[in-house]
Design a protein around this ligand. Structure first.
Ligand code: SF4
Ligand code: SF4
Length: 89
């Protein structure tokens, strides 16, 4: 089974409030904007030259937190009962 198919088996209950915050003043100076390429769920985008993150669909892998060398990402697990529930197919 492909990874995409396995991820599709998972259930995500999204909280209205985002568990990911960005310091966009740091993002403006970021030379790589590597989060856009690194997030496996493709949740980081560049819109009118501004980096945005859509927390819905987050796989809670922590990759964005690790790859952001400028420390612009504040990340917490979603509130209890929310977020991704992994299932094994
Ligand atoms: S890697 Fe970090 S600083 Fe650079 S654009 Fe992404 S979140 Fe912003
Ligand atoms: S934790 Fe993983 S899936 Fe969620 S936004 Fe960061 S890189 Fe993307």
């Amino acid at each position: 089974m492909k990874v995409e198919d396995k991820v599709a088996l998972c259930a995500i209950k999204q909280h209205a409030e985002s568990h990911i915050q960005l310091d966009t003043s740091l993002c403006e100076k970021c030379p790589t904007k590597i989060c856009i390429r690194a997030c496996p769920a493709h949740l980081y985008t560049l819109e009118q030259n501004e980096v945005k993150v859509d927390h819905s669909g987050c796989l809670e892998c922590g990759t964005c937190l690790v790859v952001c060398i400028l420390g612009a990402v504040s990340w917490n697990y979603p509130q209890g009962g929310f977020g991704i529930r992994y299932r094994h197919g």
